[in-house]
Design a binder for this molecule. Structure first.
Ligand code: ZN
Length: 311
């Protein structure tokens, strides 16, 4: 479970913090927003859902925002136009430039001041240029947005377990300090929809990596004993058949990626009250969100995006 010291732990209470814009009808474009970020009137931001696009390959009219194997380029481009329009990332009916990345589960972060000439490779973008939308694409990994309410600069980061163990979001705060002289206490953070601790099963090597990197690494994992009816009925058979210490049932491991990134934000100096978690678990809700795991790899891409309104 993710522990939120300043709020109750139930799923519904966290979901309640999400502002759902527009109707919930499936053919309507539906975005998720952070309440805390939404208070910064100089920003635009959103986390997309699967509803309200023109892609036909993922069921219904899906808002796939990534160039995937299954979808057509034209559909994705149209979806991106619709997304920017709904976001309000437009200037006199013209959409702002949208900067995204060729993501590689790294800790590479780019500062951008306009549309780059070459596509960028990495997993984080920061900017203080108004009229520019920076975005990451996800389908289970976490999209994380930062905004500096004093220096009026923003960043967006892609954090799966690999990026998280490389401290992408902690480094993101560092990049904002470096480029914009951000004071972490002025940063507002929104962790978007991704796979949560309820569903994010990982192998033992992932825990080893986290334990090697973070003092609190082990606490991010939850062990669930696999049930085995025969062993449960005749435990003595199994106790005597194996050497001591080897009689335990196998365990499944679940990683709380939201908590992992929240800890990094706190360590970097971001205040707990300025950190928001938006949206439910992608794997629990494939009817609302794209989930690589729940849909066995054949899925679209969500976007977490943020930008600065021109004066
Ligand atoms: Zn779940």
């Amino acid at each position: 479970m993710t522990r939120w010291p300043d709020q109750p732990m139930t799923r519904s209470s966290r979901y309640d913090r999400t502002v759902v814009t527009k109707g919930v009808a499936k053919n309507k474009l539906q975005l998720l927003r952070s309440e805390r970020l939404g208070k910064l009137a100089w920003t635009v931001h959103a986390f997309s859902t699967r509803h309200g696009g023109v892609s036909r390959v993922y069921g219904g009219n899906a808002l796939n925002l990534g160039f995937t194997k299954q979808d057509s380029r034209a559909a994705v481009e149209r979806n991106r136009e619709l997304f920017l329009k709904e976001l309000g990332a437009t200037n006199r009916d013209k959409n702002w430039p949208l900067v995204s990345l060729r993501q590689i589960h790294s800790d590479l972060i780019h500062r951008v001041e306009g549309m780059p000439e070459q596509p960028l490779t990495g997993d984080g973008l920061v900017t203080d240029t108004p009229g520019l939308l920076v975005a990451v694409q996800t389908a289970d990994c976490l999209p994380i947005i930062l905004a500096d309410r004093t220096r009026r600069s923003v960043g967006v980061f892609h954090a799966g377990w690999r990026g998280t163990v490389k401290r992408i979001v902690e480094k993101g705060v560092g990049e904002m300090r470096k480029h914009f002289r951000s004071d972490p206490r002025d940063l507002v953070a929104a962790i978007g929809p991704g796979v949560r601790g309820c569903c994010y099963e990982v192998g033992g090597e992932v825990r080893t990596r986290f334990e090697a990197q973070f003092a609190y690494g082990g606490s991010l994992f939850r062990e669930v004993k696999e049930s085995d009816p025969v062993r449960e009925k005749y435990p003595l058979l199994f106790l005597t058949a194996r050497a001591p210490g080897h009689s335990e049932l196998p365990v499944k491991l679940f990683l709380d990626l939201v908590e992992a990134n929240r800890r990094q934000l706190l360590d970097a100096g971001v205040l707990a009250k300025n950190i928001d978690a938006v949206g439910p678990c992608t794997a629990c809700h494939p009817e609302l969100l794209f989930s690589f795991r729940a849909e066995k790899g054949v899925t679209g891409r969500l976007m977490g995006a943020v930008g600065i309104r021109p004066e």
